[in-house]
Each structure stands twice: as structure tokens, then as C-alpha cells.
Design a protein around this ligand. Structure first.
Ligand code: FE2
Length: 305
């Protein structure tokens, strides 16, 4: 392996690696990269210009890859490549961890910057370790006993839901990380809708605090790799030129909570009012049927007395 250098980019996460050729990376090099990823959470390798095949081969050193047999990419039809061209929409300008609506969300993502705008379109990552570790002890303890419902509504599929721990333990580093994100997380399972809103709003703005983040300015040919188990990311929608990325996604992990859930899911009692609409998605996921009074179903009645 060539000599390489590591330049850290921010206090909480992120490092740029120079002097490593990813086109020739084998299993031994993948092991080194994995260790670097565990330490820095997101890595950047400028000037790589990998072919589609080399990109997929690189990803396959880290585990099984997500396949999109029916996905219609704008420019590439490889089943393991997820392509985003900003001119075709779908920019992820909300904080998220990739595919967290899945029961087995992605382990890591490897992004190839094919074409970036001259200015704008930077990506930010945040450390979900740092965000969790910086919470007060009482809030850490509360969050560690909770689970949350995620859905795929940003992809037009709100019926695709799953439940994950709010604080997950990284299986390889043993560190705890916050695992709720504004893009895919809808509801704390064990809390009422109102309480869930309050806590999630707080956690979403907390995890986005600048001191937990790194902001990266792209160049064509840069490869970025990030650990989805302990980071979230956000794309800045501040550009007007074309921006094309290709992503390979490594799968095969099921989140484990720092603790098992400490409470039962929140279920309303017999009294079913208008606010029960907020519980519908959670009830549907849990298979709970709530009886609605006939009088609540009549549309011709004005609200309330
Ligand atoms: Fe993403």
C-alpha cells in the first residue's frame, strides 16, 4: 500500500485522505479504510475518478450492496448504483441517515462525485456520537429507553415503516449514537404525539448543531465514504448548475439499542378524539385497531361545540 496522509477537517468528525489509490484497493486496504472510518466517521479521497465498475468493486469489499433493479437512474443503469442528478430533483436537503426507514438500514455509503457545481452543493455531515455524548445524563437516559418510527414518505411511501432504537450501539466501535433524523423519523413510539413532537424537534435541532458537523466542498472525482450508523448528512441546495453523484450503499446491519425499550408503545384509551389522527400511522404499524365513534366520522358536523 502507498504511503498516505490523513488531514482532519473538523473537531467532531471528518478526514481527507491523500495518497491512496482506491481503484486498486483490495481486501487488505479495505481493512485499513474501515479502521479509518471507525475513527473519523466520514472520509474524503480527492482525485480518484473511479469508473462505475471500480466504484462497485470498492463497495463490495465492505459487505453486500444495496440493489435497485427497478431504479431508473438518469445516466447509469448499474443495479448497484444509486444516482442523483440535481437537475432531476430528489436532493436530500434535510438531515438524514440513508435508508433509515428500512428494517436493515445501510451500514455505509460510498459516493462518487461525478459532476459538481463550481460553487454551492456542499454536503454537511454530523456526528451522532458527539450529539448523543453531549446530552445531559437525564436526557441520555430517557432517549436510551425509547424507540422511534421511521417511514419512507420522502420517497412517496409513507406506508413503508419500521421501528428503531433512538440510541443505537455501533456494533464495531461499541459507541452509542443518536439514531433519529428529520427526514425519515416520524414519531417516538412510547410517547404521545405531542410529547414526541417536542422531543424530536429538540433532538433534530441538537444533532444539527455546527460543532458536531463538518462541511465539505466537492471537486469532480472525489470519493466520500461515511458510516450511516453514527452520522447524518445534509446537502445544501444553493446551486444552479448540474450536480451528479453516484452512490454505492453497503447493507447488512440491524440497529441494536443501547438498551431495550423501557416502556410500552403509547396507545390511547377508549376516548377517541380528533387528535387520534396523529396515532394512525403508529397504530397501523403496531397492528392496533382503534374504534372511532360514529359521530366522529360525520363530515357535515362543524368542529366542536
Ligand atoms: Fe443521503
Amino acid at each position: 500500500m502507498n504511503d498516505y496522509t490523513i488531514t482532519r477537517l473538523a473537531g467532531s468528525l471528518g478526514a481527507e485522505i491523500h495518497g491512496m489509490s482506491l481503484a486498486r484497493a483490495d481486501a487488505t486496504e479495505a481493512k485499513v479504510i474501515k479502521a479509518l472510518l471507525h475513527e473519523h466517521q466520514v472520509l474524503f479521497f480527492p482525485q480518484q475518478f473511479l469508473s462505475t465498475e471500480a466504484h462497485v468493486t470498492l463497495g463490495s469489499h465492505f459487505g453486500p450492496l444495496d440493489a435497485h433493479p427497478n431504479l431508473r437512474n438518469p445516466f447509469t443503469d448499474h443495479p448497484n448504483i444509486f444516482e442523483l442528478a440535481a437537475s432531476h430533483g430528489g436532493l436530500a436537503d434535510e438531515w438524514h441517515s440513508d435508508i433509515s426507514f428500512s428494517a436493515n438500514p445501510s451500514v455505509m455509503s460510498i459516493l462518487n462525485m461525478i459532476e459538481c457545481p463550481e460553487v454551492g452543493g456542499d454536503t454537511l455531515w454530523t456526528s451522532a456520537y458527539a450529539a448523543y455524548e453531549s446530552l445531559s445524563a437525564p436526557l441520555q437516559e430517557l432517549c436510551a429507553g425509547l424507540t422511534a418510527l421511521h417511514d419512507a414518505s420522502p420517497h412517496g411511501m409513507p406506508e413503508l415503516t419500521t421501528i428503531h432504537p433512538v440510541v443505537r450501539i455501533h456494533p464495531e466501535t461499541g459507541r452509542a449514537a443518536l439514531f433519529v433524523n428529520e427526514h425519515f423519523t416520524r414519531r417516538i413510539v412510547e410517547m404521545s404525539h405531542e410529547e414526541s413532537e417536542m422531543l424530536l424537534r429538540y433532538l433534530f435541532q441538537w444533532i444539527a448543531r455546527p460543532r458536531f458537523t463538518v462541511r465539505y466542498r466537492w471537486q469532480n472525482g472525489t470519493i466520500a465514504m461515511w458510516d450511516n450508523r453514527c452520522t447524518q448528512h445534509f446537502v445544501l441546495s444553493d446551486f444552479s448548475e448540474q450536480r451528479i453523484i453516484q452512490r454505492v450503499t453497503v447493507m447488512g446491519d440491524q440497529p441494536t439499542g443501547l438498551q431495550p425499550p423501557r416502556w410500552q408503545p403509547f396507545v390511547r384509551g377508549e376516548t377517541v378524539g380528533a387528535t387520534s389522527r396523529y396515532d394512525r400511522q403508529l397504530n397501523a404499524h403496531l397492528g392496533i385497531e382503534i374504534k372511532t365513534l360514529d359521530s366522529n366520522r360525520k363530515d357535515d358536523k362543524p368542529d366542536g361545540p
